[in-house]
Every structure is written in structure tokens, then in C-alpha cells.
Write a protein that binds this ligand. Structure first.
Ligand code: PLP
Ligand code: COI
Length: 337
């Protein structure tokens, strides 16, 4: 195993041994190629560089208590990548290509899968880009799917410690009929300015509102949002939110805990009624939120500095499945052999 200070890894890129690549040319996908280089040789007029014909995924492999390596819901990431590709009119990889390549990349980089008990994991980053040279705006005819890996720790330096979040209406992340529901680079590009602003003000993240009325909660940075109150797990529903696989899992776990799950519009005013709330995603896992400040209305919502009861329970249940400590009764994990 690689000799790294696993417990102090942040969410940063770190070189591993190899990555997997597929090329789409002449109307068909190549076989998988394993590549040791971290670089890609690309035409300066490639479609992904000019018109954002680019999308990605993010998932993790965990070394379990039994020493086995598990990928979490890799089939769901494969399906979401396909839906992103359809929306950008990029060639659509098969689910099998995606899953096989993820397993292969984990196998070949096994020495970078962090040891059990360090809280770290191996993050996989599948990337699909349009590569043919273009000047006019049109669909890509050539593409490349790359899957690489990087060992990571917590996304927020706070770990499971609660974060402070700001409501900022200056910049919208996505529009109702735009690309918010797929994982394309443009959504992240349009979140950088408000993200930087939030960091300057001392907040970890931005709580985005819907871009029509700026009244309903959408997402929390690069993560979905949930709130807990009166036996309810509430999470926003909108056409401009990325369907988070973590959130989908938490909805099941919340129901298992006896909470009623509501997926619906969540007015920003409802924040005053939640007893716990958090950001959830592959990178974020569950990041409980201790404080939300609305820059326009000057309202402040406090949820306390300690991790809420349900947030902690769901976090434990999720990680118990991911690390093989609990029965995987929904078949969420794929063991990489
Ligand atoms: N929302 C956005 C904008 C994201 O980038 C992510 C991260 O993938 C999520 C939500 C969480 O999705 P998931 O739980 O599938 O990682
Ligand atoms: C993830 O949670 O996997 C993400 O993609 C979030 C972010 C790092 C973009």
C-alpha cells in the first residue's frame, strides 16, 4: 500500500498509477485503454474547450472493515452520466463500459485505496468530453471518456463538523430548463463567483435559490440540501437540481428511521422551522449546517454547533453500508475483486 498520511488527506487531486480511456470515433466507441499519463493530447479547437461540451461524475470506493473494496451505487452514476450525455448531445457510453472501467481503475490503483479506519476513500472521476475540432456551435462527433482516481479525505475542512452557509441571490447556478439537472462543467463555472464571495465572507458554501422567484431552496454548493423537522425529511424538488445519489440513499435511510420523506418545493422561510439541516453528496457525504445567513433579508437561521440526531444517524447508517459494517440490504455496493 502507498505510504501516505491518509487521515489528513483533503479533497485534492493526487496522482495514481493509471486511468481508463475510451474514444468515440467514426460513430463507435473503442475498447477500454489503460493509460499511465495524466495528460491528454487534444486539438486546440476541441468542442469541450470552446462550448462546454463536457460532463463528469463522482463516486467513491471504500476499503471495508473486512478488507474488501466497495463501490457505492456505481450503476446510478452510470445512468446519470448517460442522462448528462444525452442532454449535451454527446455520444452516450454504455452502463457496462462505465461500470467495468470504474472497477478496472480501482483494481489497478488498489494501493491508493485508503486503509479502513482512516475516513479516507478513493474518489473516481469519470469525465466525458467532446474532442473534435469545431468553430461553429454544434454537437460533437468525437469524444473521449476518461475515468481516473484520486485518494481523498473530507470535502470541507470541517469534516462532519457543522458548516456555515450563505444565501446569495447575486448569481444563479442554473435555470429551470437549463442544465442544472445534469452534471456538466458549466453549472460549476456559474457557481465560482458566488462561491468565492461566500469564502471571503467566511462561509463554507452557498445555498442557491430557484432562479425564477428566488424563493425556493435549490442546492447547497456542489451538494443537495435536506432539512429535518417534526418527523419529516424534507428535500427540494426542482428541474434545476442535480439528482443526488447520496440524497436518494438518505431518503431511503430516513424512511427506515421512521421519518416521512417529502420531496417538494422548500421555501427559504421554512428554514426557520427545521431543527437540523445539511448538505449531502458524494464529496460532502453529510455536512451538517450550523448557520445559514441570508445576505438580502439579513435573516439568520441557527441550528446549533453540534451534529443533529438524525443527521448523525443517517451518516452512520450510510457509512456502515459503505464500509461493510452493516448489511447492504438494498444492494447498493459493488465489491471490486
Ligand atoms: N449537487 C451537485 C451540484 C453536485 O455537484 C453533487 C455532487 O455530485 C451533488 C448534488 C451530490 O450528488 P451525489 O450524491 O450523486 O454525489
Ligand atoms: C461529488 O460530490 O462527487 C462532486 O462532484 C462534487 C464536487 C467536488 C464537484
Amino acid at each position: 500500500m502507498e505510504n501516505l498520511d491518509w487521515a489528513s488527506l483533503g479533497f485534492n487531486y493526487r496522482k495514481t498509477d493509471c486511468n481508463a480511456r475510451f474514444y468515440f470515433r467514426d460513430g463507435k466507441w473503442s475498447d477500454m485503454e489503460i493509460c499511465e499519463s495524466e495528460y491528454i493530447n487534444m486539438h486546440m479547437s476541441a468542442a469541450c474547450l470552446h462550448y462546454g461540451l463536457e460532463l463528469f461524475e463522482g463516486l467513491k470506493a471504500f476499503r471495508g472493515v473486512d478488507g474488501k473494496i466497495r463501490l457505492f451505487r456505481v450503476d446510478e452514476n452510470a445512468k446519470r452520466l448517460q442522462s448528462s450525455a444525452r442532454k449535451l448531445c454527446l455520444p452516450v457510453p454504455t452502463e457496462k463500459m462505465f461500470v467495468d472501467a470504474c472497477c478496472e481503475v480501482v483494481r489497478r490503483n488498489e494501493r491508493f485505496v485508503p486503509p479502513y479506519g482512516t475516513g479516507a476513500s478513493l474518489y473516481l472521476r469519470p469525465l466525458l468530453i467532446g474532442t473534435n475540432p469545431v468553430l461553429g456551435v454544434k454537437a460533437a462527433t468525437e469524444a473521449m471518456l476518461i475515468i481516473f482516481a484520486s485518494p481523498v479525505g473530507a470535502y470541507f475542512k470541517e469534516g462532519i463538523k457543522p458548516i456555515k452557509v450563505v444565501v446569495d441571490r447575486e448569481q444563479d447556478r442554473s435555470a429551470p430548463r437549463g442544465t442544472g439537472d445534469v452534471k456538466v462543467g458549466g453549472n460549476y463555472a456559474s457557481s465560482i463567483l458566488s462561491g468565492e464571495h461566500a469564502h471571503q465572507l467566511g462561509y463554507s458554501n452557498v445555498l442557491y435559490l430557484d432562479s425564477v422567484e428566488r424563493k425556493y431552496i435549490e442546492e447547497c454548493g456542489a451538494a443537495n440540501f435536506f432539512g429535518i423537522r417534526d418527523g419529516l425529511y424534507v428535500t427540494p424538488k426542482s428541474t434545476s437540481i442535480l439528482p443526488s445519489i447520496t440524497n436518494k440513499s438518505l431518503r431511503q435511510l430516513a424512511a427506515d428511521l421512521g421519518l416521512k420523506v417529502e420531496e417538494r418545493q422548500v421555501p427559504v422561510d421554512e428554514l426557520a422551522r427545521f431543527t437540523e439541516c445539511g448538505a449531502c453528496g458524494t464529496a460532502a457525504v453529510i455536512s451538517p449546517i450550523c448557520k445559514i445567513v441570508d445576505l438580502d433579508t439579513k435573516k439568520e437561521y441557527d441550528f446549533g454547533d453540534t451534529v443533529g440526531e438524525y443527521s448523525q444517524k443517517m451518516y452512520n447508517m450510510l457509512q456502515d453500508i459503505q464500509y461493510g459494517r452493516a448489511e447492504d440490504k438494498y444492494g447498493w455496493t459493488t465489491i471490486v475483486e
